[in-house]
Design a binder for this molecule. Sequence first.
Ligand SMILES: NC(=[NH2+])NCCC[C@H](N)C(=O)O
Ligand SMILES: [Mn+2]
Ligand SMILES: [Mn+2]
Length: 348
Amino acid sequence: MALRGPLFRLLRAQLTNNCQSRAHSVAVLGAPFSKGQKRRGVEHGPKAIRDAGLIERLSTLDYPVHDFGDLSFQHLEKDEPFMHVPFPRTVGRANKLLSSAVSSAVAGGHTCVMLGGDHSLAIGSVAGHAQQRPDLCLIWVDAHADVNTPTTSPSGNLHGQSVAFMLKDLQDKMPQLPGFSWMKPFLAARDLVYIGLRDVDPGEHIILKNLGIQYFTMKDIDRVGIQRVMEETLDHLLTRKQRPIHLSFDIDAFDPSLAPATGTPVNGGLTYREGIYITEEIHNTGMLSVMDLVEVNPVLAASREQVESTAGLAVDVIASCLGQTREGAPLPFQEIPSAKEDTEQLRL
Ligand SMILES: NC(=[NH2+])NCCC[C@H](N)C(=O)O
Ligand SMILES: [Mn+2]
Ligand SMILES: [Mn+2]
């Protein structure tokens, strides 16, 4: 008997899930770093996320999980600002170190989870990923576009400029910053999609429009819904070919009522369900290769509960990227019921 219809789809989904979850081990890499902005505390993000039970949660998902601990970053004493950009050499050096660590994790066959730290770390994380997978595409989930250049940046902070370092199309707008001679821009504007934007600086708006970057603001999500946004995102990035996804997830994409412990909160953010829908859809592509979870700052929380809810949300996002579902875990391969039993169950 040929297998067709809902039963076939169920079995295929279970087999795919099993193949996906067995194909990769997960490498967790902590990046306790805060010099991409001026507030203290975001360097404690990796500890807060681990304390919220990350490793335990990931080990329920049927992957080998390797926690590689935290990288150790140096703060350089002599690090004069470049224009109004603070700590350029410290940020450049930290990202160089992170890029080799991510590159090795990917080369070692792991799906890599980078815990920040501030969002300037995406420079090293995506660059290290691109060393191994030059064909990657980037999904940036954030209230902010982080695509300022040193000239357009209102704050000077490098966590608001990460994407500008990556884009080949912005090369002629980027001065050579001390600390960054190790990297060359590697990303085409068409290989990037933003989701969740609601605080975009004037210079960033011009860059998004001039380069024709695909982006979905919170207003777009209000208008068409998160399902359509994800369909369009994945069509845009994966239709021409299947390729590795880098997800850079800034916790401030969520509404501040859900993620209060962060440095640059903006009202009107993602709901819990929108955020988890994004990560479920990314997991379902089977193409997630590296993810960043950044900007959890326990020091800025008003209470212990706020630290726990923000870090707990980070754990939920990461677990959902790696296959935790809202419909229960897929059955292990051996326990898939026989076709006959299953047909009977479906009839019930
Ligand atoms: N990763 C972040 N939280 N970035 C916030 C950036 C805020 C502002 N656009 C700036 O460039 O300073
Ligand atoms: Mn942000
Ligand atoms: Mn950001």
